[in-house]
Design a protein around this ligand. Structure first.
Ligand code: NAI
Ligand code: MG
Length: 359
């Protein structure tokens, strides 16, 4: 197997957090003899500046060739006035769809050291570790027909179509079951099967797949409105949640905020062959760009996800996560997670601390 990574640092804080993450990647690569190699490319505003488009052909080609893409963040005020079709964010949407990244994984982990960052009571969130698996290339965000039309009486009407085929449901459910097998063994499938036919098929398909191929996974079902409630009432009841594009968009943001710290949250988007794009959940944070104060840990934890899911290097992935735990134990904090009695450090110092904890 080739082991090639394309690094796209992007805009704003992207280059700073990526430089810290790349140091960590270099150290685990050597320490665990992973045999990974990587090159750099342009995506987003920096690509617009250099090539006039947010996703240049040369970047797309390199991304298709690579086994994994590691992304910082794209966008910023400099490119906000550009025509919509060539804005930085379009480059991001295009690379996701060109790579067929249908499975979006968003862990929501509350590090015990950051328990006071959550807005929920400590006893409700302490030890929280859940994984949302969101279908990313289907459902109502992509369904046809869609549009805004004018009715005969002159009134305007907006419409979208929520559509999932069995094969689309099966492949995302498989991802969720496989992930659950690596974790707590539980999957909760979230739907609105009492009202929407498309999710009635979702529920049936997930149930059949579990029965035929995943007898050891404990599968449950929940309506999305209840799931939204349960996530803030008793989030620790969940292990893996699997759901469609729209419900997943909302629930993954809700779950992320249980941890209270955007600078700590990684994500993965996978295709059918284990290829993936890995990125922090946050954006390019133009308000703090270039100041060496951004939190690099979400990007560093994205490296861990990449090692786990694309390269199947669980030991190395775990080592990074443990190292992050260690620096938090040492009381080191970037500004976004700073609290009384802790030691505030900058982006590169935080990255170096993780490197030292690994060694
Ligand atoms: P944002 O996530 O960039 O920033 C929101 C707030 O969180 C800001 O106050 C920022 O300083 C802070 N923040 C974000 N990441 C941080 C980190 N690692 N350490 C410390 N503080 C951090 O979201 P916003 O402001 O809505 O968007 C800014 C730009 O980023 C926009 O151009 C937007 O389109 C783009 N964006 C890009 C994304 C991506 O590349 N995947 C995702 C979200 C937004
Ligand atoms: Mg969202």
């Amino acid at each position: 197997m080739s082991k090639q990574i394309l690094i796209l640092a992007g805009d704003g804080i992207g280059p700073e957090i990526m430089s810290a993450a790349e140091r960590v990647l270099g150290v685990v690569n050597e320490k665990f003899n992973l045999g990974l190699s990587w090159e750099h490319g342009l995506l987003g505003g920096c690509a617009i500046d250099a090539h006039g488009v947010p996703l240049p052909d040369v970047t797309l080609k390199a991304a298709k060739k690579a086994d994994a893409v590691l992304l910082g963040a794209v966008g910023g005020p400099k490119w906000d006035t550009i025509e919509r079709s060539i804005r930085p964010e379009r480059g991001l949407l295009k690379i996701r769809s060109e790579l067929n990244l249908f499975a979006n994984l968003r862990p929501a982990i509350l590090y015990p050291q950051l328990a006071d960052a959550s807005s929920l009571k400590p006893e409700i969130v302490a030890g929280l570790d859940i994984l949302i698996v969101r279908e990313l290339t289907g459902g109502i965000y992509f369904g046809q027909p869609r549009g805004i039309r004018t009715l005969e009486n002159g009134e305007k009407q907006g419409y979208n179509t929520d559509v999932y085929s069995e094969s689309e449901i099966k492949r995302i459910a498989k991802v969720a079951f496989d992930m659950a097998g690596l974790r707590g063994g539980k999957v909760c499938s979230v739907d609105k099967a009492n009202v929407l036919e498309v999710t009635e098929l979702w529920k049936q398909t997930v149930t059949e797949l579990a029965a035929s191929e995943y007898p050891n996974i404990q599968l449950s079902h929940m309506y999305v409105d209840n799931a939204a409630m349960q996530l803030v009432r008793a989030p620790k009841q969940f292990d893996v949640i699997v759901t469609g594009n729209l419900f997943g968009d909302i629930l993954s943001d809700e779950a992320a905020m249980l941890t209270g710290s955007i600078g700590m949250l990684p994500s993965a988007s996978l295709d059918e062959n284990g290829k993936g794009m890995y990125e922090p959940c946050h954006g390019s944070a133009p308000d703090i760009a270039g100041k060496n104060i951004a939190n690099p840990l979400a990007t560093i934890l994205s490296v861990a996800m990449m090692l786990r899911y694309t390269f199947r290097e669980e030991t190395a992935a775990k080592a990074i996560e443990d190292a992050v735990g260690k620096v938090l134990d040492q009381g080191l904090r970037t500004g976004d997670i700073m609290s009384d009695g802790m030691t505030q450090v900058g982006t590169q110092a935080m990255g170096e601390a993780v490197v030292n904890a690994l060694a």
